[in-house]
Ligand binder design. Sequence first.
Ligand code: OAD
Length: 247
Amino acid sequence: MPSDELLEDVAARLRAARRVVALTGAGVSAESGVPTFRGASGEGLWERFRPEDLASFDAFERDPALVWRWYAWRRELVARCVPNPAHVALAELERRAPEFLLVTQNVDGLHAAAGSREIAELHGCLWRTRCLGCGAVAEDRRVPLPELPPRCGCGGLLRPDIVWFGEVLPEATLLRSFAAAMAAELVLVVGTSSLVYPAAAIPQQAARAGAFVVEVNLEPTPLTPLAGAFFAGPAAAVVPRLLGTAS
Ligand code: OAD
């Protein structure tokens, strides 16, 4: 656990900051039971599966039912998960900070379930589909799905509304995230390997623009040298302590 002095210093900065951005990755949901993609354990999803077989448009064109079985499995897994104290603390941070944006790479919907409202979902959402026929984007929380691959009312094939390898991120969401981070006094980065761009560039650029970057992760990442404070530990324990919401 980090020293009380550093914790108190960062807690004070969080209380004083008027413009705050949080950037989260898979590690913030790990203690809810959602598998991460990479990490020291060797059990990350991308250590067990090949992304190009499951998370690319080529893969989907080749075998939509296979790709949908992978997403149906993840939907069923995440449907059993609930927000953990890190998600809850970040929702509380939003209520306290005058200006706040939660930027997440996660597609699990757990920040919204914890009560966060201003959320920039950079990589999409497991609970939305997009029709390849009519283009309609719709919330879809059915677990299990009635057929794989699922189809739209128009008859078109539905895909998960998730950014796949080789695809561009939603432009407005990305611009909003960079703008908020560049204006922020403090950027709190939780549970991301900081390896996937452009998300990884958000706190890097904010640090260069003068933001104080706080990082919470089990292990150091490429962002750590730029962070003003680094807390090595599990998000569900560290983030509530920073916000004073630990029970
Ligand atoms: P990764 O799986 O790459 O990294 C998870 C990070 O969380 C690692 O640095 C772990 O050390 C850390 N971690 C694990 N458990 C933790 C815990 N309990 N508390 C704190 N930290 C913990 O996840 P992301 O960085 O989110 O993209 O991955 C970025 C993107 O790569 C994902 O959004 C996904 C993937 O390909 C898409 O699906 C488009």
